[in-house]
Design a protein around this ligand. Structure first.
Ligand SMILES: CC(C)(COP(=O)(O)OP(=O)(O)OC[C@H]1O[C@@H](n2cnc3c(N)ncnc32)[C@H](O)[C@@H]1OP(=O)(O)O)[C@@H](O)C(=O)NCCC(=O)NCCS
Length: 208
C-alpha cells in the first residue's frame, strides 16, 4: 500500500534527510539531463531538513520505505503550489507520483486553497522527451499551462547554472474534491486484483 503523509519534526533524522535529498537529486539529474551544468544539484540537505521540519514535504512510503516526495506551499490566499516531485526509479509507473500529487491537492483543499500551481522547466529551442511526457501527464491530471517566462527573468541568480536556454511555464488546476479521487479507466497496475491507485492511503486527512 502507498501511504502519503505530510512530514513532521520527527522526520528530521540524518537517514531521512539523506534519503529524501538523494531521491530528489538523482531523480532530477536524470529528468533534467542536458538542462543544467553537471555540477548542479536540485537541492541541498539543509533545505530538505528545513522543509521536513516545517511540514512542507509530502512523503510517500511503501512498506515503510520512502519512495517519493513532493514539496507543498501556500502561495497566496487561494493558491497552493507543489514542486520537487520525485519518486524512486524502482517503483515508477505504480502510481506513487499520482498519489503524491493527489495528497498535495488534498492538503491544499484542507488549507482552504482552490487552485494548485506547478512550474515546469523546459528547453527553449528543443524538445526534452521527459518534459514532453510530463506535460501530457499533468494535462491528464487536470493541469493546464497558464504562462511562460524565460528562466533567467524568473530566477536571474540561477541563470549561469543552465546548460541551455530554458523557459519556465506555470501550470494551474482549479481544485475540487471530486477531481482528486476520481478513478481513471486507463489500465493501472494491479495488486491482489485491485488497482493500486485505490489502495492509496493519505495520512493526516481530517475525519469526515
Ligand atoms: C514524474 C515522476 C514523479 C512520476 O512518478 P511515478 O512514480 O512514475 O508516477 P506514476 O506511477 O503516478 O506515473 C505517472 C504517469 O507516468 C506514466 N508512466 C510511468 N512510467 C511510464 C512508462 N515507462 N511509460 C509510459 N508512461 C509511464 C504513468 O502511466 C502515469 O500516468 P497516468 O497517471 O495517467 O496513468 C517520476 O517520473 C520522477 O521522479 N521524475 C523525475 C523528476 C521529475 O521530472 N519531476 C517533475 C518535475 S516538474
Amino acid at each position: 500500500m502507498i501511504n502519503a503523509r505530510l512530514s513532521m519534526q520527527f522526520d528530521v533524522t540524518p537517514n531521512i534527510v539523506n534519503r529524501v535529498t538523494t531521491l530528489v537529486n538523482s531523480a532530477y539529474s536524470m529528468a533534467e539531463h542536458g538542462l543544467w551544468q553537471k555540477t548542479v544539484q536540485r537541492v541541498q540537505h539543509a533545505e530538505i531538513a528545513e522543509r521536513l521540519e516545517r511540514s512542507e514535504l509530502m512523503i510517500a512510503t511503501i512498506n515503510g520505505e520512502i519512495m517519493g516526495v513532493v514539496s507543498v506551499e501556500t502561495l497566496d490566499d487561494n493558491t497552493g503550489g507543489f514542486g520537487m516531485l520525485a519518486t524512486d526509479p524502482v517503483i515508477r509507473g505504480l502510481g506513487v507520483g499520482r498519489a503524491l500529487i493527489h495528497a498535495a491537492e488534498r492538503w491544499a483543499l484542507n488549507q482552504g486553497l482552490t487552485v494548485m500551481r506547478l512550474e515546469l522547466l523546459t528547453p527553449r529551442t528543443w524538445r526534452h522527451p521527459v518534459k514532453e511526457s510530463l506535460k501530457a501527464w499533468y494535462r491528464r491530471l487536470g493541469y493546464a499551462p497558464h504562462s511562460t517566462m524565460p528562466f533567467d527573468q524568473m530566477y536571474p541568480h540561477l541563470h549561469d547554472r543552465l546548460a541551455t536556454k530554458c523557459d519556465f511555464t506555470v501550470w494551474l488546476k482549479t481544485l475540487s474534491t471530486e477531481q482528486i479521487f476520481e478513478t481513471s479507466t486507463r489500465h493501472r497496475p494491479q495488486v491482489h486484483g485491485r488497482p493500486i491507485r485505490q489502495r492509496i492511503r493519505v495520512m493526516n486527512d481530517p475525519v469526515d
